[in-house]
Ligand binder design. Structure first.
Ligand code: MLT
Ligand code: MN
Ligand code: ZN
Length: 307
């Protein structure tokens, strides 16, 4: 399986358009050692010809252009066989609306995430202009299913969605109805030919047994690296909400993500969905050194992993 990082930042990207935090300012002015990042999305393929995107970021057009294997091979064509959503956050879904140029697309999502995106969304009509413009394939919790090329072609990949602690997207937080285990899932992707496994956990609000098991069973883990500390937005002077309020378990602390990931050696562990305030973005920061010393990597746009 080939894994290509198209975007490694959290919602807003790095730098973020309206952010003058130390990181964003330093990046613009060239005074910090750091690289710009687009919003989180990853492409995976077992055959180098058919690709599946994990999330559809608002920067999807630039992300497709950034990676030649995603370019059309004919006058009307895409090597993108499907798009998988791990939750309904706009930084994961908004890109779908950009794929409106009359091309059929296939989206894998839980029923809850599909409804959150489609119901009452007048803009979604742009993806309903002809029958089967969008084919939704439901992700059923805990059930492995093949990722298909077209109707029934074998892509060599299979996915299992597992419920992980998280929350509904911001725009649905005040809506009626129950929260659901389908609101936020991890995506476990298995190469059916060589048996290698990727655990894609880009939004994790807490450490749970399912998270633990997903990490333990994978050859490579992409993990939520949004915040270094709980009160990072506040101490950066850009917001009030804590990491936990936003359902992003912080990296630091005795029980933080880093100490958990440190206890799972023998596999590649990569942080993704990194918020622009996070000090690990600065390549010479103490926090970055702590990540590296834990044997954990920081995703960057263009990173590739072969499994
Ligand atoms: C998140 O990752 O918590 C969301 O992307 C926040 C948001 O929707 O702005
Ligand atoms: Mn996000
Ligand atoms: Zn910033």
């Amino acid at each position: 399986m080939r894994v290509r990082v198209l975007g490694s930042a959290a919602g807003g990207g790095f730098p973020q358009w309206n952010c003058g935090c130390a990181n964003c300012r330093g990046l613009r002015e060239g005074t910090v050692r750091a690289a710009a990042r687009m919003q989180e999305s990853v492409a995976v393929s077992a055959d180098d010809a058919h690709w599946f995107l994990l999330n559809a970021s608002p920067e999807i057009r630039a992300q497709i252009e950034s990676f030649k294997p995603l370019w059309p091979r004919n006058r009307r064509d895409t090597p993108i066989a499907g798009i998988l959503l791990n939750n309904g956050d706009l930084d994961h879904c908004l890109g779908l609306l950009s794929l409106r140029e009359s091309h059929p697309i296939v989206v894998y999502a839980t029923d809850t995430v599909r409804r959150g995106f489609t119901e009452g969304n007048i803009l979604y009509k742009t993806l309903e202009r002809f029958p089967d413009q969008v084919t939704w394939r439901p992700l059923v919790l805990g059930q492995e299913q093949p990722l298909l090329i077209g109707k029934d072609g074998d892509s060599g990949l299979a996915v299992t969605a597992v419920a992980v602690p998280g929350k509904r997207p911001l725009h649905l937080e005040s809506s009626a109805g129950q929260t659901s285990p389908e609101d936020n899932v991890g995506l476990l992707i298995r190469d059916t030919r060589n048996g290698r496994r990727l655990a894609y956990l880009s939004a994790v609000g807490d450490w749970s047994q399912k998270v633990e098991r997903a990490v333990a069973g994978a050859d490579c883990v992409f993990f939520d690296g949004t915040f270094w500390s709980s009160h990072e937005l506040n101490s950066s002077g850009v917001g009030e909400r804590s990491a936990e309020d936003m359902a992003h378990f912080p990296l630091s602390g005795v029980d933080g993500t880093l100490s958990r990931l440190k206890q799972a050696p023998g596999r590649r562990r990569v942080l993704i969905h990194i918020n622009n305030t996070n000090p690990i973005l600065c390549e010479d920061s103490l926090e970055r050194r702590a990540v590296e010393e834990a044997g954990v990597e920081v995703a960057y746009d263009g990173m590739e992993i072969s499994l």
